[in-house]
Design a protein around this ligand. Structure first.
Ligand code: ADP
Ligand code: MG
Length: 462
């Protein structure tokens, strides 16, 4: 075979990437290779690793192969023959797929390989995430209660159990907590935790390397299947089909399935209807955004977990940062501890502020926080932060407190409730009242208006 003809295969791969996307190319075409071109019969011989790949490619990509290869070979028309390399044939375990049959529907009938397959008994080793270190707030109480109930009555209560919520809100933590709880109670249980991303790539590799049988065994022999971030199977048609199959096998055997996702099944684009309806058929629980108080509690708990402690003002400072992503807040805490220990200081509020200002992202460093506002306002009125947070209702203190509440609303994206809580005001109508008061005053009193503008300016500049 001449080098020139052999060279058309990489060219075909490039065209195919354009036409059908690189994932399809990696999955199917990269597992194939160019064998020969017979210019008399106008046949291109390509080798495939197994019948599964052969049938899948033949059913879907014959026109693409024949048209593109004809163009590359400067022929009017070519035929493509997909052949299995003999060497590979010895290891083939996937049976022939009959005409018209969906390839994945044959998976349950896959012939066992001669050698027994070793199934990893316990694929679940994350012990840091437990129920006892999961802080419960109103944003996660349903998911938490349901998770405990599911761990209690595996496979019989809510099956599947589906947890969804934004990134960094504790879905993976809860998923592992269930796994750890089940393992602690039932030593013989087989638990398998897998991120959907890994599920997809393992499945693709299983197909490419003839390990579908082993892959399937790993999943169908578990008592508890934990799939994290199931949204990653969207638009992965074959993986979804396989997941659907595994789901049914486990469900019928009353084995528990738990999935997490960043959104509701119905909002995951590119999910097959039948997969979607299976996922919705049990209990669906959400984790919403944590309140300010819960963020504070989580930060304190995380500090303890690291063998350290932070004072209320430090925890409140971190909780007042704009994000609700607990992972990000933990990052801030770690940074604070590192900074404090490097500079040999205690992790006080000032140190926290310094540590944060020195953060790499300039955008976050200038974010105006609730503690910064309160400090600045207190200083302007020659009061202490404690006085602003106190119950005192003298005219001066009340006015300064109103200014602080006004600026907190104006300069941050915190809710009225969070702002009220920060100044130890139980009722958020206090905040509304303060906002109205200050608005009126600024119209009437130019000095007051200027003072507030000054504070705002200084806060933005710092
Ligand atoms: P997700 O999977 O939703 O993106 P994770 O479960 O990975 O989020 O949570 C991110 C981090 O935040 C983890 O370290 C987790 O322990 C922590 N976390 C989130 N919610 C809580 C909570 N309620 N209590 C304690 N830690 C939490
Ligand atoms: Mg996660």
């Amino acid at each position: 075979m001449s080098k020139a003809v052999e060279g058309i295969w990489p060219e075909f791969l490039a065209i195919a990437r354009e036409e059908v996307g690189s994932r399809t190319v990696e999955t199917w075409f990269c597992a194939m290779s160019f064998v020969k071109w017979d210019s008399h019969t106008k046949i291109v011989y390509l080798s495939v690793p197994n019948p599964f790949v052969r049938d899948w490619v033949a059913a879907r990509y014959t026109p693409l192969l024949e048209q593109s290869l004809a163009r590359l070979l400067h022929e009017h028309k070519v035929n493509v023959h997909l052949t299995q390399s003999n060497e590979h044939e010895k290891h083939v375990m996937v049976p022939e797929i009959k005409a018209g049959e969906q390839p994945l529907s044959v998976v349950p009938a896959v012939r066992a390989p001669a050698k027994p397959v070793r199934v990893r008994r316990d694929h679940h080793a994350q012990t840091l995430y437990r129920f006892d270190n999961f802080v419960v707030g109103s944003h996660n109480s349903l998911a938490y209660a349901a998770a405990q109930a599911v761990a209690d009555r595996l496979g019989t209560l809510y099956n599947p159990f589906f947890i969804y919520g934004n990134s960094g809100l504790g879905k993976t933590h809860l998923l592992h907590a269930i796994g750890n709880e089940v393992r602690a109670r039932h030593a013989g249980c087989t638990i398998l935790y897998q991120s959907a991303n890994r599920f997809v790539s393992d499945f693709i590799n299983a197909i490419r390397f003839d390990k579908v049988y082993q892959f399937e065994l790993q999943y169908r022999n578990v008592d508890l299947l934990l799939i994290d971030d199931i949204q990653f199977i969207s638009n992965k048609e074959q993986t979804q089909e396989f997941f659907f199959h595994i789901f049914n096998v486990l469900h019928q055997a009353h084995k528990q399935i738990i999935c997490t996702s960043d959104s509701l099944p119905r909002d995951i684009a590119g999910l097959a209807d039948r997969v979607r309806s299976r996922l919705e058929s049990g209990l669906v629980a959400d984790i919403s955004e944590p309140s300010f108080e819960t963020k504070v509690a989580i930060i304190k708990r995380k500090a303890e977990q690291q063998g350290s402690q932070v004072n209320d003002d430090v925890a409140e400072y971190i909780a007042s940062l704009e994000t609700n992503n607990i992972r990000d807040l933990e990052g801030v805490l770690i940074r604070l501890f590192a900074y404090a220990s490097l500079t040999k200081q205690a992790p006080t509020l000032e140190v926290a502020q310094q540590a944060l200002v020195r953060r790499a992202e300039p955008k976050k460093a200038v974010a105006i926080t609730l503690p910064a506002i309160v400090q600045k306002v207190a200083a302007q009125f020659s009061l202490s932060v404690d006085q602003l947070k106190s119950k005192a209702r003298t005219k001066d203190i009340t006015h300064a407190r109103h200014v602080a509440l006004f600026l907190m609303k104006k300069l941050t994206s915190h809710s009225l409730r969070e702002i009220g809580t920060f100044l130890r005001r139980r009722d958020h109508t206090t905040v509304i009242h303060a906002l109205e008061k200050i608005e009126q005053l600024r119209h009437k009193d130019a000095t007051c208006d200027r003072l507030i503008k000054n504070i705002e300016h200084e806060l933005r500049a710092s």
